[in-house]
Structure formats: structure tokens, C-alpha cells
Design a protein around this ligand. Structure first.
Ligand code: ZN
Length: 223
């Protein structure tokens, strides 16, 4: 690779937003994508508990639909362990192998959701299900349920990785024709188009050069 192409790749990485991209069409696959394989090294979009809280809010999987008033420490470690456990399970499921769901079941076991009646306006009574939020694992129950739903009910012929060799993003192909190939047309799809174009150009140039050389040989043979 030429130095010029290396630097242009690096700058395009730098211009991408630091927020995890949500392009998987399933929150549990977006979870896997918070760890992106960049060209040389993985980029983990989660560096702090706060990153995970923000992400849960973006994918609408906060416990009880809102930021807990008292947020337990240690969410990053718990969420990362859940993510990597799901990553392994998805790979195993894709390979039609035995799926290790031990750790995922531990997260599901933290589900202590309870029904609660509360007085509402005009003398009404509201019935709601309430998630306790005392521990990181309790706060991750909605996310664990989404991961469990993916494993149990997802159509794994539609759960695929981006076809780019340098990309690690997963997605759920919900296109009508089920021919989605890329995490994003604007990124990997476009990169593929450009690479295919360059390859065709190079092949055409090589063929033209070969024809030119053959012509020159013919001429020197004739002389
Ligand atoms: Zn991709």
C-alpha cells in the first residue's frame, strides 16, 4: 500500500463519529458493533460506564425506559462481558455448532422485574412492570432479553457480517430481496465499488499495455 493511500484511509477513520454506529437493524447486533474492527486495530466505542448508558438510551433499552436515578458503578465491565458472550454465541449459532448460553442465562437470571400499582391522575391506578436497577446486571436485563430474543427467534440466514474483509460489523438483513451485503452502502459498499472499478481499470490498462508491446514486437519482427 502506498503512503498516500494509507494516510487517506487514516483520515477517513478520524472523520467518522466516535458514537457507535447503529446500522444493524437489531439492537443485539448493534451491541456487537460497538466493538469495530478498524483496518489495523479494534476500536471499542465503549470506554466508560457513561458510554454504555448513552448507548442504552440510543437503542431504547434503558431499564424502565429512563436513566435510573442512582446508577450503579461497573456497567462498562458487565456490558462488555455480555457483548463478548453474545458475540461468541452468534458465531457458534452461525456455524450451527453448540451455543454456550451459560453467561447469557446469568444475565437473564438478574431479571427481578415486578408488577407495581401506582396512583395516577384523576383517581386512576396505573399498572406497570418495574425493573430494579441496583446492580449493573439488573440494568442490563432489557439488553440481555434482546440478545436472548435474537438467539432464540432470529433468522440466522438473515443475520450476517458485512462482506468487507476489513469490516467486522453485523446486521440483520431486513431488505425485501434479502440481498444486503454491506454494513453500509456509503462505507463498505462504496469502498467495494471503488475497488472493483480500480481493478477493472488496472486490468484494462494491463491489457492495453500488453497489446502495445505485442504491436511493437510485431513491428520489430517485420523490420
Ligand atoms: Zn462493513
Amino acid at each position: 500500500m502506498s503512503p498516500a493511500s494509507t494516510s487517506s484511509t487514516a483520515s477517513s477513520n478520524n472523520t467518522s463519529s466516535d458514537a457507535p454506529r447503529l446500522l444493524a437493524d437489531h439492537p443485539a447486533l448493534d451491541l456487537l458493533n460497538t466493538l469495530e474492527r478498524a483496518l489495523d486495530a479494534p476500536v471499542d466505542r465503549w470506554q466508560t460506564d457513561e458510554d454504555v448508558w448513552q448507548w442504552l438510551e440510543r437503542v431504547s433499552l434503558l431499564p424502565n425506559g429512563e436513566m435510573p436515578e442512582h446508577r450503579p458503578q461497573g456497567l462498562l465491565a458487565a456490558a462488555t462481558a455480555l457483548r463478548e458472550s453474545l458475540r461468541k454465541a452468534v458465531s457458534q449459532r452461525k456455524a450451527n455448532g453448540d451455543v454456550d448460553v451459560t453467561l447469557l442465562n446469568d444475565y437473564l437470571a438478574a431479571d427481578a422485574c415486578r408488577a407495581l400499582l401506582t396512583p395516577a391522575e384523576s383517581g386512576r391506578i396505573r399498572l406497570a412492570r418495574v425493573y430494579p436497577t441496583d446492580t449493573p446486571m439488573q440494568c442490563l436485563v432489557p439488553l440481555a432479553l434482546s440478545a436472548a430474543d435474537l438467539l432464540a427467534n432470529g433468522d440466522f440466514s438473515l443475520i450476517r457480517k458485512c462482506e468487507s474483509e476489513t469490516c467486522s460489523m453485523w446486521f440483520y438483513d431486513r431488505t425485501r430481496a434479502h440481498r444486503r451485503r454491506w454494513c453500509s452502502m456509503a462505507l463498505c459498499g462504496n469502498r467495494h465499488k471503488v475497488a472493483a472499478y480500480r481493478k477493472r481499470e488496472a486490468t484494462a490498462t494491463a491489457a492495453a499495455n500488453a497489446a502495445g508491446a505485442a504491436n511493437a514486437n510485431n513491428k520489430s519482427d517485420a523490420a
